[in-house]
Ligand binder design. Sequence first.
Ligand code: F6P
Length: 364
Amino acid sequence: MAAIRRIGILTSGGDCAGLNAAIRAVVLRAEHYGWDVIGIRNGNAGLFARPVEHLKLDHRNASGLLLRLGGTILGTTNKGNPFAYPMPDGSLLDRSGEVLEGYRELGLDALIVVGGDGSLEIFRRLATQGDIPMVAIPKTIDNDIGLTEVAIGHATAVSTATEALDRLQPTAASHNRVMVLEVMGRDAGHIALSTGIAGGADVILIPEIPYRLAHVAAKIEAVRKEGRNFALIVVAEAVETEKGDKVLQAQSSGQQTTLGGIGHYIADRLAELTDAETRVTVLGHVQRGGQPSARDRIMASAFGVHAVDLIAAGRFDRMVAWGSREVTDIPIAQAIARPHVVDPQDTLVRTARGLGISFGDRAA
Ligand code: F6P
Protein backbone atom coordinates (compact mmCIF):
# COMPACT_ATOMS: atom_id res chain seq x y z
CA MET A 1 0.00 0.00 0.00
CA ALA A 2 1.17 3.53 -0.84
CA ALA A 3 2.33 5.73 2.03
CA ILE A 4 -0.44 7.73 3.68
CA ARG A 5 -0.25 11.49 3.08
CA ARG A 6 -3.80 12.71 3.03
CA ILE A 7 -6.87 11.33 4.79
CA GLY A 8 -10.53 12.29 4.70
CA ILE A 9 -13.12 12.41 7.44
CA LEU A 10 -16.89 12.77 7.26
CA THR A 11 -19.81 12.61 9.66
CA SER A 12 -22.91 10.77 8.53
CA GLY A 13 -26.42 10.13 9.89
CA GLY A 14 -28.06 12.04 12.73
CA ASP A 15 -25.78 14.50 14.51
CA CYS A 16 -24.97 14.11 18.19
CA ALA A 17 -22.77 15.66 20.84
CA GLY A 18 -19.09 14.70 20.59
CA LEU A 19 -18.72 14.59 16.80
CA ASN A 20 -16.54 17.70 16.80
CA ALA A 21 -14.38 16.26 19.57
CA ALA A 22 -13.78 13.22 17.35
CA ILE A 23 -12.92 15.43 14.37
CA ARG A 24 -10.46 17.37 16.54
CA ALA A 25 -8.80 14.17 17.79
CA VAL A 26 -8.41 12.86 14.24
CA VAL A 27 -6.81 16.11 13.09
CA LEU A 28 -4.39 16.32 16.02
CA ARG A 29 -3.32 12.68 15.68
CA ALA A 30 -2.99 12.90 11.89
CA GLU A 31 -0.75 15.97 12.25
CA HIS A 32 1.45 13.88 14.52
CA TYR A 33 2.00 11.58 11.51
CA GLY A 34 2.47 14.58 9.20
CA TRP A 35 -0.71 13.89 7.20
CA ASP A 36 -3.17 16.36 5.70
CA VAL A 37 -6.79 16.01 6.79
CA ILE A 38 -9.68 16.85 4.49
CA GLY A 39 -13.14 17.25 6.02
CA ILE A 40 -15.92 16.20 3.64
CA ARG A 41 -19.04 18.26 4.19
CA ASN A 42 -22.55 16.95 4.70
CA GLY A 43 -21.81 13.22 4.62
CA ASN A 44 -22.52 11.54 1.29
CA ALA A 45 -24.25 14.72 0.05
CA GLY A 46 -20.84 16.45 -0.06
CA LEU A 47 -19.51 13.70 -2.29
CA PHE A 48 -22.45 14.05 -4.68
CA ALA A 49 -21.83 17.80 -5.03
CA ARG A 50 -19.58 19.18 -7.77
CA PRO A 51 -17.18 20.53 -6.85
CA VAL A 52 -17.06 18.11 -3.94
CA GLU A 53 -17.82 19.99 -0.71
CA HIS A 54 -14.77 19.84 1.50
CA LEU A 55 -12.34 21.85 3.59
CA LYS A 56 -8.82 21.37 4.86
CA LEU A 57 -8.66 20.79 8.59
CA ASP A 58 -5.68 21.54 10.81
CA HIS A 59 -4.95 22.36 14.43
CA ARG A 60 -6.00 25.97 13.81
CA ASN A 61 -9.59 25.18 12.83
CA ALA A 62 -9.67 22.06 15.01
CA SER A 63 -8.71 23.82 18.23
CA GLY A 64 -9.95 23.12 21.77
CA LEU A 65 -13.15 24.99 21.00
CA LEU A 66 -14.30 21.95 19.02
CA LEU A 67 -14.21 19.83 22.16
CA ARG A 68 -17.03 21.88 23.61
CA LEU A 69 -19.15 22.31 20.51
CA GLY A 70 -22.32 20.31 19.79
CA GLY A 71 -23.37 19.21 16.30
CA THR A 72 -20.77 18.69 13.60
CA ILE A 73 -18.75 21.42 11.90
CA LEU A 74 -18.71 19.22 8.79
CA GLY A 75 -22.49 18.92 8.55
CA THR A 76 -24.23 15.61 8.04
CA THR A 77 -27.23 13.94 6.46
CA ASN A 78 -29.34 10.88 7.16
CA LYS A 79 -30.86 10.99 3.68
CA GLY A 80 -29.88 9.98 0.18
CA ASN A 81 -28.60 6.41 0.32
CA PRO A 82 -26.40 6.38 -2.83
CA PHE A 83 -27.39 2.78 -3.61
CA ALA A 84 -31.12 3.63 -3.60
CA TYR A 85 -31.25 7.36 -4.15
CA PRO A 86 -34.80 8.76 -4.17
CA MET A 87 -35.43 10.53 -7.48
CA PRO A 88 -38.06 13.25 -8.02
CA ASP A 89 -40.29 10.78 -9.94
CA GLY A 90 -40.36 8.45 -6.91
CA SER A 91 -37.95 5.88 -8.35
CA LEU A 92 -34.76 4.75 -6.59
CA LEU A 93 -31.49 5.01 -8.48
CA ASP A 94 -28.06 3.52 -7.78
CA ARG A 95 -25.83 6.63 -7.74
CA SER A 96 -22.92 5.04 -5.88
CA GLY A 97 -20.64 5.61 -8.88
CA GLU A 98 -21.02 9.40 -8.52
CA VAL A 99 -20.11 9.31 -4.85
CA LEU A 100 -17.01 7.24 -5.56
CA GLU A 101 -16.02 9.60 -8.36
CA GLY A 102 -16.37 12.49 -5.87
CA TYR A 103 -14.20 10.68 -3.36
CA ARG A 104 -11.50 10.09 -5.97
CA GLU A 105 -11.46 13.80 -6.86
CA LEU A 106 -10.13 14.52 -3.37
CA GLY A 107 -7.01 12.37 -3.83
CA LEU A 108 -7.35 10.73 -0.42
CA ASP A 109 -5.33 7.78 0.81
CA ALA A 110 -7.88 6.68 3.42
CA LEU A 111 -11.25 7.67 4.84
CA ILE A 112 -12.63 7.90 8.39
CA VAL A 113 -16.43 7.66 8.61
CA VAL A 114 -18.09 8.73 11.84
CA GLY A 115 -21.53 7.18 11.72
CA GLY A 116 -24.25 4.93 13.08
CA ASP A 117 -25.06 1.46 11.82
CA GLY A 118 -27.00 2.66 8.75
CA SER A 119 -24.20 4.95 7.61
CA LEU A 120 -21.50 2.39 8.31
CA GLU A 121 -23.33 -0.18 6.20
CA ILE A 122 -23.62 2.24 3.27
CA PHE A 123 -20.01 3.45 3.47
CA ARG A 124 -18.63 -0.03 3.92
CA ARG A 125 -20.42 -1.03 0.73
CA LEU A 126 -18.99 2.03 -1.03
CA ALA A 127 -15.52 1.26 0.33
CA THR A 128 -15.70 -2.29 -0.92
CA GLN A 129 -16.96 -1.22 -4.35
CA GLY A 130 -14.43 1.60 -4.69
CA ASP A 131 -11.50 -0.09 -2.95
CA ILE A 132 -11.33 2.66 -0.32
CA PRO A 133 -9.23 2.04 2.78
CA MET A 134 -11.78 2.93 5.45
CA VAL A 135 -11.96 3.07 9.23
CA ALA A 136 -15.14 3.78 11.23
CA ILE A 137 -15.95 5.61 14.46
CA PRO A 138 -19.28 4.71 16.08
CA LYS A 139 -21.68 7.51 16.97
CA THR A 140 -25.34 7.51 17.87
CA ILE A 141 -27.38 8.73 20.79
CA ASP A 142 -29.28 5.42 20.50
CA ASN A 143 -26.16 3.38 21.48
CA ASP A 144 -27.41 0.52 19.32
CA ILE A 145 -24.23 -0.32 17.40
CA GLY A 146 -23.09 -3.88 18.04
CA LEU A 147 -19.92 -4.90 19.85
CA THR A 148 -19.05 -1.54 21.35
CA GLU A 149 -20.18 -0.57 24.82
CA VAL A 150 -20.06 3.06 23.86
CA ALA A 151 -21.02 5.16 20.84
CA ILE A 152 -20.36 8.89 20.78
CA GLY A 153 -23.39 10.97 21.76
CA HIS A 154 -25.25 8.53 23.99
CA ALA A 155 -23.86 9.81 27.29
CA THR A 156 -24.81 13.42 26.52
CA ALA A 157 -28.31 12.39 25.43
CA VAL A 158 -28.80 10.50 28.70
CA SER A 159 -27.56 13.50 30.72
CA THR A 160 -29.94 15.80 28.88
CA ALA A 161 -32.90 13.47 29.37
CA THR A 162 -31.99 13.06 33.04
CA GLU A 163 -31.93 16.81 33.44
CA ALA A 164 -35.41 16.88 31.91
CA LEU A 165 -36.63 14.48 34.62
CA ASP A 166 -34.91 16.64 37.25
CA ARG A 167 -36.96 19.56 35.98
CA LEU A 168 -40.20 17.59 35.62
CA GLN A 169 -40.12 16.18 39.15
CA PRO A 170 -40.72 19.44 41.06
CA THR A 171 -43.50 20.55 38.76
CA ALA A 172 -45.08 17.08 38.97
CA ALA A 173 -44.93 17.25 42.79
CA SER A 174 -46.35 20.78 42.84
CA HIS A 175 -49.36 19.80 40.74
CA ASN A 176 -49.99 16.19 41.83
CA ARG A 177 -49.33 15.00 38.30
CA VAL A 178 -48.06 12.00 36.43
CA MET A 179 -45.39 13.22 34.05
CA VAL A 180 -44.57 11.21 30.94
CA LEU A 181 -41.21 11.88 29.29
CA GLU A 182 -40.80 10.50 25.76
CA VAL A 183 -37.20 10.00 24.71
CA MET A 184 -35.49 9.01 21.46
CA GLY A 185 -33.52 5.85 20.79
CA ARG A 186 -35.19 4.34 17.72
CA ASP A 187 -35.63 0.61 18.25
CA ALA A 188 -33.38 0.49 21.31
CA GLY A 189 -34.42 1.42 24.85
CA HIS A 190 -30.96 2.38 26.14
CA ILE A 191 -31.68 6.10 26.57
CA ALA A 192 -34.98 5.43 28.37
CA LEU A 193 -33.45 2.79 30.62
CA SER A 194 -30.46 4.86 31.73
CA THR A 195 -32.52 8.04 32.06
CA GLY A 196 -35.16 6.30 34.14
CA ILE A 197 -32.56 5.01 36.57
CA ALA A 198 -30.60 8.27 36.76
CA GLY A 199 -33.73 10.42 37.06
CA GLY A 200 -35.68 8.29 39.54
CA ALA A 201 -38.56 7.22 37.28
CA ASP A 202 -41.37 5.04 38.61
CA VAL A 203 -41.99 3.40 35.25
CA ILE A 204 -39.70 2.82 32.26
CA LEU A 205 -41.24 1.58 29.02
CA ILE A 206 -38.86 0.26 26.37
CA PRO A 207 -39.53 -1.57 23.09
CA GLU A 208 -37.64 -4.65 24.26
CA ILE A 209 -40.04 -5.36 27.17
CA PRO A 210 -43.76 -5.63 26.27
CA TYR A 211 -46.02 -3.89 28.78
CA ARG A 212 -49.66 -3.89 29.89
CA LEU A 213 -51.34 -0.58 30.64
CA ALA A 214 -53.10 -2.21 33.58
CA HIS A 215 -49.69 -2.93 35.18
CA VAL A 216 -48.55 0.64 34.62
CA ALA A 217 -51.80 1.95 36.11
CA ALA A 218 -51.36 -0.36 39.11
CA LYS A 219 -47.87 1.05 39.66
CA ILE A 220 -49.27 4.59 39.67
CA GLU A 221 -51.90 3.51 42.21
CA ALA A 222 -49.21 1.84 44.33
CA VAL A 223 -47.16 5.04 44.34
CA ARG A 224 -50.26 6.95 45.48
CA LYS A 225 -50.92 4.44 48.25
CA GLU A 226 -47.37 5.00 49.48
CA GLY A 227 -48.44 8.61 49.99
CA ARG A 228 -46.59 10.13 47.02
CA ASN A 229 -48.55 12.67 45.00
CA PHE A 230 -46.67 12.44 41.70
CA ALA A 231 -45.10 9.89 39.40
CA LEU A 232 -42.52 9.95 36.61
CA ILE A 233 -42.69 7.74 33.53
CA VAL A 234 -40.03 7.48 30.82
CA VAL A 235 -41.12 5.98 27.52
CA ALA A 236 -38.88 5.20 24.54
CA GLU A 237 -40.16 6.48 21.20
CA ALA A 238 -40.38 3.00 19.62
CA VAL A 239 -42.66 1.56 22.30
CA GLU A 240 -45.82 0.36 20.59
CA THR A 241 -49.43 0.77 21.63
CA GLU A 242 -50.90 -2.10 23.59
CA LYS A 243 -52.32 -3.44 20.32
CA GLY A 244 -48.85 -3.47 18.80
CA ASP A 245 -48.99 -0.37 16.57
CA LYS A 246 -45.97 1.89 16.17
CA VAL A 247 -46.71 5.58 16.74
CA LEU A 248 -45.29 7.69 13.92
CA GLN A 249 -45.09 11.38 13.20
CA ALA A 250 -46.87 12.59 10.10
CA GLN A 251 -43.74 13.63 8.25
CA SER A 252 -40.95 11.20 7.57
CA SER A 253 -37.24 11.92 7.54
CA GLY A 254 -35.25 10.78 4.53
CA GLN A 255 -35.80 7.14 3.94
CA GLN A 256 -36.86 6.21 7.43
CA THR A 257 -40.10 6.76 9.30
CA THR A 258 -40.06 9.30 12.10
CA LEU A 259 -41.18 7.92 15.44
CA GLY A 260 -42.97 10.08 17.99
CA GLY A 261 -46.18 10.36 19.95
CA ILE A 262 -46.29 7.21 22.10
CA GLY A 263 -45.98 9.44 25.20
CA HIS A 264 -49.38 10.97 24.47
CA TYR A 265 -50.96 7.56 24.00
CA ILE A 266 -49.58 6.35 27.36
CA ALA A 267 -50.61 9.54 29.17
CA ASP A 268 -54.16 9.51 27.74
CA ARG A 269 -54.75 5.84 28.58
CA LEU A 270 -53.36 6.30 32.11
CA ALA A 271 -55.55 9.32 32.71
CA GLU A 272 -58.56 7.12 31.83
CA LEU A 273 -57.42 4.19 33.94
CA THR A 274 -56.29 6.06 37.06
CA ASP A 275 -57.96 9.50 37.07
CA ALA A 276 -54.46 10.93 37.36
CA GLU A 277 -53.72 14.26 35.78
CA THR A 278 -51.09 13.51 33.17
CA ARG A 279 -48.78 15.69 31.11
CA VAL A 280 -46.36 14.77 28.34
CA THR A 281 -42.94 16.07 27.37
CA VAL A 282 -41.49 14.87 24.08
CA LEU A 283 -37.79 15.67 24.34
CA GLY A 284 -36.91 15.18 20.68
CA HIS A 285 -33.80 16.68 19.18
CA VAL A 286 -32.85 18.45 22.40
CA GLN A 287 -31.16 15.12 23.17
CA ARG A 288 -28.92 15.40 20.15
CA GLY A 289 -27.65 18.96 20.43
CA GLY A 290 -25.84 20.84 23.14
CA GLN A 291 -22.43 20.66 24.72
CA PRO A 292 -20.97 17.18 24.85
CA SER A 293 -20.60 15.67 28.31
CA ALA A 294 -17.10 14.94 29.61
CA ARG A 295 -17.68 11.24 28.92
CA ASP A 296 -18.53 11.86 25.26
CA ARG A 297 -15.52 14.14 24.82
CA ILE A 298 -13.24 11.48 26.28
CA MET A 299 -14.70 8.66 24.17
CA ALA A 300 -14.61 10.79 21.03
CA SER A 301 -10.98 11.67 21.69
CA ALA A 302 -9.99 8.06 22.32
CA PHE A 303 -11.87 6.91 19.21
CA GLY A 304 -10.37 9.64 17.00
CA VAL A 305 -6.80 8.89 18.03
CA HIS A 306 -7.28 5.14 17.64
CA ALA A 307 -8.91 5.51 14.22
CA VAL A 308 -5.86 7.39 12.93
CA ASP A 309 -3.54 4.83 14.51
CA LEU A 310 -5.43 2.08 12.67
CA ILE A 311 -4.77 3.85 9.38
CA ALA A 312 -1.10 4.25 10.28
CA ALA A 313 -0.94 0.52 10.97
CA GLY A 314 -2.65 -0.25 7.64
CA ARG A 315 -5.60 -1.91 9.42
CA PHE A 316 -8.75 -1.09 7.46
CA ASP A 317 -12.39 -2.11 7.35
CA ARG A 318 -12.40 -1.81 11.14
CA MET A 319 -14.48 0.16 13.59
CA VAL A 320 -13.01 1.53 16.79
CA ALA A 321 -14.91 0.33 19.84
CA TRP A 322 -14.94 0.52 23.62
CA GLY A 323 -14.92 -2.56 25.81
CA SER A 324 -13.33 -3.84 29.00
CA ARG A 325 -12.17 -0.35 29.95
CA GLU A 326 -10.18 0.28 26.79
CA VAL A 327 -10.38 1.43 23.21
CA THR A 328 -10.15 -1.43 20.79
CA ASP A 329 -11.29 -2.24 17.23
CA ILE A 330 -13.43 -4.82 15.46
CA PRO A 331 -14.39 -5.62 11.85
CA ILE A 332 -17.07 -3.16 10.70
CA ALA A 333 -19.12 -6.05 9.32
CA GLN A 334 -19.39 -7.59 12.78
CA ALA A 335 -20.38 -4.29 14.39
CA ILE A 336 -23.28 -3.73 12.02
CA ALA A 337 -24.40 -7.35 11.73
CA ARG A 338 -26.72 -7.16 14.73
CA PRO A 339 -27.98 -4.02 16.48
CA HIS A 340 -27.35 -3.80 20.19
CA VAL A 341 -30.74 -3.43 21.84
CA VAL A 342 -31.55 -3.81 25.54
CA ASP A 343 -31.40 -7.39 26.74
CA PRO A 344 -34.29 -7.85 29.19
CA GLN A 345 -31.79 -9.65 31.46
CA ASP A 346 -29.38 -6.69 31.20
CA THR A 347 -27.68 -5.58 34.39
CA LEU A 348 -29.37 -2.17 34.19
CA VAL A 349 -32.80 -3.78 33.80
CA ARG A 350 -32.05 -5.75 36.95
CA THR A 351 -30.85 -2.57 38.65
CA ALA A 352 -34.08 -0.79 37.75
CA ARG A 353 -36.22 -3.66 38.99
CA GLY A 354 -34.13 -3.74 42.17
CA LEU A 355 -35.02 -0.09 42.71
CA GLY A 356 -38.72 -0.85 42.36
CA ILE A 357 -39.03 0.68 38.90
CA SER A 358 -41.77 -0.96 36.85
CA PHE A 359 -41.39 -1.93 33.18
CA GLY A 360 -45.14 -2.44 32.99
CA ASP A 361 -44.68 -6.16 32.35
CA ARG A 362 -45.56 -7.42 35.83
CA ALA A 363 -48.23 -6.71 38.43
CA ALA A 364 -47.07 -3.88 40.74
O1 F6P B 1 -30.71 7.75 15.43
C1 F6P B 1 -30.72 8.94 16.12
C2 F6P B 1 -32.10 9.53 16.19
O2 F6P B 1 -32.06 10.71 16.96
C3 F6P B 1 -33.17 8.58 16.73
O3 F6P B 1 -33.12 8.46 18.12
C4 F6P B 1 -34.42 9.23 16.19
O4 F6P B 1 -35.46 8.28 16.04
C5 F6P B 1 -33.97 9.73 14.84
O5 F6P B 1 -32.56 9.86 14.89
C6 F6P B 1 -34.57 11.05 14.44
O6 F6P B 1 -34.16 11.35 13.16
P1 F6P B 1 -34.39 12.77 12.47
O7 F6P B 1 -33.29 13.68 12.93
O8 F6P B 1 -34.32 12.48 11.02
O9 F6P B 1 -35.73 13.27 12.93
